[in-house]
Design a protein around this ligand. Structure first.
Ligand SMILES: [Zn+2]
Length: 425
């Protein structure tokens, strides 16, 4: 039978609750058949989830005390209900749905999980999610959190697979491993994709093994002492935050004409949930920069916007919460870059270095791709062209002029001599 008492999961430290029956888990590779899931470049989600699921199955099956099943082992159509029915027939202890993500505006990145909003299933979903999210963020993926989502009736879970599993009281989780359509997540799947899928399979399997406190006699891995961090079972259904962040205040810190930037402090707050990202607009919200990680520790971030020659800019900040709800800040006008101010190579070097440092402080761990892209946005075009190549061209040009001058001088001497000779003749 499926057990709902928390003692069933994660109490392995005292050894007295070791269960005699095997745990039964079902792995559900998202999509399949006609349902391709996310498609990006040559990547098709249904193919990726199947490879990932096979890797997870292989790895997890090596552990004692667990029976592992898959809803599909090939490319086939399955309704959400059919998938959950498989788990129901097996009397599964947990249902793991494997997915990859994409966003409508291609502006989101990172990993996240979706779980049931019903108190007991929420607690189990959360406890497991905590383990897998730790593994995924340890890889370097951005933490988009552990969340619930409800249908418009504000009662039923939004995601069909969660709704079906919840209806038959099976704990379930949708693991969205990363976003296929954002460059920040490219390093986590784009090259050596099969290796990455294997890696995700490994992490998912180990998270399950930790959650149930399993051991693997072949590899010697022993998670029987692993401490699952249990959250308290919520008193009522856990609803997502439906309001925008309350605070989004932008303050100008300094304008540095010499180095060509304005520095801002953006303060943001949401009473109900953490903030995830921030962005800024330089054109009254018509376009918005890419999203940068929010500094969860301090409720504020600082960032720089390059000054533009001959043009004032109106800057506003945007803060986004866990549920991607956002609030736009007040506007602050910054002056144009003064015309006399030409950025030298040296200054560009400094700007690069300071941006990088700022980002590292904010982010803790900075991936190369992120830094590179941030710099692309943060460095004005004028500055970008001032590279070492320009100096090389300048020296080359100067040499050419010098050679021309020498040739001209010698030609002049030659012509004068000839004239003299002709005169003599
Ligand atoms: Zn999917």
């Amino acid at each position: 039978m499926i057990c709902f008492v928390p003692v069933c999961t994660g109490v392995h430290n005292d050894g007295e609750d070791m269960r005699e029956e095997n745990y039964v888990v079902v792995i559900d590779p998202g999509h399949g058949g006609e349902n391709l899931g996310a498609e990006y470049e040559t990547f098709v989600e249904k193919e990726m989830t199947l490879k990932l699921a096979r890797a997870m199955y292989e790895r997890l099956s090596g552990f004692d005390g667990i029976e592992v099943y898959m809803t599909r082992t090939e490319d086939q159509d399955l309704t959400l209900k059919e998938r959950v029915e498989i788990a129901e027939e097996l009397d599964a202890d947990f249902f793991f749905c494997l997915h990859f993500n994409m966003s409508v505006n291609h502006d989101l990145y990172g990993a996240e999980t979706w779980i049931s909003s019903k108190p007991e299933l929420y607690a189990k979903g959360y406890d497991f999610s905590h383990i897998i999210m730790e593994s995924l963020t340890d890889l370097g993926l951005f933490d988009r959190g552990i969340k619930t989502k409800l249908k418009k009736n504000e009662k039923d879970d939004y995601y069909g697979i969660i709704r079906e599993a919840t209806a038959v009281n099976i704990p379930s989780v949708i693991i969205e491993h990363c976003h296929l359509d954002h460059h920040n997540d490219y390093p986590y799947y784009h090259d050596n994709t099969d290796q990455w899928l294997k890696q995700y399979g490994e992490l998912d399997a180990l998270a399950v093994a930790k959650y149930f406190g399993l051991s693997n006699p072949t590899t010697g891995e022993d998670f029987s002492q692993y401490q699952v961090e249990h959250i308290e079972i919520p008193e009522s259904q856990v609803k997502p935050d439906k309001t925008d962040p309350e605070t989004s205040i932008l303050a100008l810190q300094q304008v540095n004409q010499e180095e060509g930037y304005a520095e801002f402090l953006l303060e943001g707050k949401d009473q109900q949930c953490p903030l995830l990202y921030y962005a800024y607009s330089t054109d009254l919200g018509e376009t918005v920069s890419e999203r940068f990680p929010w500094d969860k520790e301090t409720n504020q971030v600082s960032f720089r916007v390059p000054l533009v020659e001959g043009k004032e800019q109106q800057i506003s900040g945007v803060v986004y919460n866990l549920y991607d709800r956002f609030t736009v800040s007040n506007e602050v006008t910054i002056p144009a870059l003064s015309v006399q101010q030409v950025l030298s190579d040296e200054v560009v070097g400094d700007l690069n270095a300071s941006d990088h440092q700022m980002l590292t402080e904010e982010n803790g761990d900075t991936s190369d791709t992120f830094t590179q892209t941030y710099q692309e946005i943060a460095i004005p075009n004028e500055a970008k062209s001032g590279t070492g190549n320009d100096w090389f061209l300048f020296i080359l040009l100067a040499l050419c002029v010098l050679v021309l001058l020498i040739v001209a001088t010698f030609t002049g001497i030659y012509v004068t001599k000839n004239k003299k000779r002709r005169k003599r003749k």
